[in-house]
Ligand binder design. Structure first.
Ligand code: FAD
Ligand code: MLT
Ligand code: ZN
Length: 510
């Protein structure tokens, strides 16, 4: 339970405790929250919106654990104060105070991030947006939705469904992640192939800047060429430039018909020609083309994600591809998908062994659950080192195999604690999720993986983060994907917005 107490005026600001640096943690010097700060916060927010181990709130530290621990249980902060503001004004006043007091602030959404960006590095305050969860407006003609940043993605989809619209993004974390977190990470997900990135669908943002100023750019215009498009800077900035409090986004008309099929392939080499053929035959109705390697499939099934395919359908399969279609005419779409399946099966040299076509909405969801459930399955199987990379599609398998062999050569495969090396991801977007599933997070495994994986990515001129971001995990690897001039410009932008470096310190920039 959150505790309650009356606010008192802050006594003195002159004796801040300076956070000391540790070698293993990012280098920043900010002040810790003290009791006077908490008293001040409790003048801005109701005490029910504050969790703090300090008086006058005095919450049990165990209640702060979920906010200090990331989804993978890999990153652990030590914040003594978490706030859950309900309005932009409250966010602004908290941030203004933190700016003056040089207190670090970690914006937090649903805390489903996979790179340690949403939890404190040390004892920064956590500003969780979960209580800002109102829909501000929706125009069913233009499809433009304006919502508080703390709205859960799935709730937005549920709100839109009766209005025949869908969110332009979808991901396995939809039941917990916030639209603000999605924008802050520029989340990709399962619909990017069809609806593009958030850099295109986000029309406007409301952001509280690191000095507490409210930047109102909550535009509902499709077109606006009035100088620099400032909102783009916040999309994918991972909470380092400000706190997103409101989002204006272009939603899409719900498709009249959706179908999917899982294709079992005898060889990874067939994925590329299959993608080409699926695009050719399905053209405008193809809305997803997702890749699952055999080990990833087996893990999903082992941990009860979706419904397993028949033994006969998976026999001899090296990997699987899930194809989704979304279109306007059921008969036409089904005919196209059936046509694709038939032509694939009847080819002289078939690219697939077999295909399982969903026959009902329930089966449609079950097939998707196999793909969407891999993240969950991996987390049940062990501790995952997750590399989320952009590389040419043809090299997906080589990267997975090379990494596995490298780990074997380092003596950490199987007996040495790594259980599986798997690959899955968004083929249509050139995005491979390379996961190394281990018994535990250990320095030995990490040393075996890094910089090996990043150098492999650099060899293919790829990106060290296709969609999850840099967070805390990859600050040291940013240079593999951004040159010195770009990093220097990023630093200058950061110090322009956040001269005291309070906003999500230690994240993104090395
Ligand atoms: P958090 O985890 O709370 O925060 C993530 C980052 O954004 C942090 O740096 C945080 O400081 C910042 N942030 C959060 N809210 C705000 C805000 N209001 N203002 C400013 N900064 C903010 N990602 C993909 O791209 N594609 C996927 O398909 C995908 N699938 C996933 C499936 C699962 C099961 C899980 C657990 C994660 C998945 N993710 C995926 C990763 C993750 O990036 C997304 O889940 C999501 O975008 C994070 O949103 P969140 O609200 O949980 O943000
Ligand atoms: C996915 O595509 O499933 C997500 O990005 C999460 C993950 O990489 O596990
Ligand atoms: Zn993904």
């Amino acid at each position: 339970m959150l505790s309650r107490h009356l606010a008192r005026r802050i006594a003195s600001r002159s004796t801040p405790r300076v956070v000391r640096l540790s070698h293993s943690l990012p280098d920043f010097q900010l002040n810790s929250v003290n009791e006077q700060d908490v008293e001040h916060f409790s003048k801005i927010l109701p005490k029910t919106s504050i969790l703090s181990t300090l008086a006058p709130i005095s919450t049990e530290s165990s209640e702060l654990e979920p906010y200090n621990t990331d989804w993978m249980n890999k990153y652990h902060g030590k914040s003594n104060t978490v706030m859950r503001p309900r309005t932009t004004q409250e966010v602004s006043e908290i941030v203004k105070w933190c700016h003056e007091r040089r207190i670090g602030v970690v914006p937090q959404g649903g805390n489903t991030g996979l790179v340690g960006g949403g939890v404190p590095v040390r004892d920064e305050v956590v500003l969780n947006l979960g209580s800002m969860n109102k829909i501000r407006s929706f125009d069913p003609v233009s499809g433009i939705l304006v919502a508080d940043a703390g709205c859960i993605l799935e709730s937005l989809s549920e709100y839109l469904a009766p209005q025949n619209h869908i969110m332009p993004l979808d991901l396995g974390a939809k039941g917990s992640c916030h639209i603000g977190g999605n924008v802050a990470t520029n989340a990709g997900g399962l619909r990017l192939l069809r609806y593009g990135s958030l850099h295109g669908s986000v029309l406007g943002l409301e952001v509280v800047l690191p000095d507490g100023t409210i930047l109102d750019q909550l535009s509902v215009l499709r077109k606006d060429n009035t100088g620099y498009d400032l909102k783009q800077l916040f999309i994918g900035s991972e909470g380092t430039l400000g706190i997103i409090t409101g989002v204006s986004i272009l939603t899409a008309p719900a498709p009249n018909s959706s179908n999917n099929v899982i294709l079992a392939l005898p060889s990874f080499d067939n994925v590329k020609p299959l993608f080409k053929e699926a695009k050719r035959q399905l053209s405008e109705i193809m809305s997803a083309f997702e890749f699952i390697d055999r080990t990833a499939y087996d893990l999903a099934v082992k941990h009860g994600q979706g419904r397993a395919l028949n033994e006969g359908d998976v026999e001899g399969a090296e990997c699987f591809v899930l194809v989704e279609t979304s279109g306007g005419n059921r008969e036409h779409d089904e005919a196209k998908l059936n046509g694709l399946l038939e032509s694939l099966l009847e080819a002289d040299q078939p690219l697939i062994n077999t295909g399982v076509l969903s026959q009902s909405p329930a089966q449609f969801s079950q097939l998707w659950a196999i793909r969407e459930g891999i993240t969950e399955a991996v987390s049940k199987e062990g501790k995952a080192y997750k590399y989320d990379i952009s590389i040419p599609l043809g090299s997906f398998k080589e990267v997975v195999d090379t990494t596995r062999e490298h780990l074997r050569s380092k003596g950490v495969l199987h007996d040495g604690a790594v259980k599986h090396v798997i690959g899955y991801g968004h083929v249509g977007d050139g995005n491979l999720h390379l996961n190394i599933v281990a018994e535990a997070y250990t320095q030995e495994i990490e040393d075996a993986l890094e910089p090996f994986v990043y150098e492999l990515v650099a060899k293919y001129k790829g990106s060290v983060s296709a969609e999850h971001g840099i967070g805390l995990m990859k600050t040291h690897a940013l240079h593999y994907s951004k040159n010195a001039t770009s990093i220097d410009l990023m630093r200058r932008i950061k110090s322009l917005f956040d001269p005291h470096g309070i906003m999500n310190p230690g994240k993104v920039l090395p």
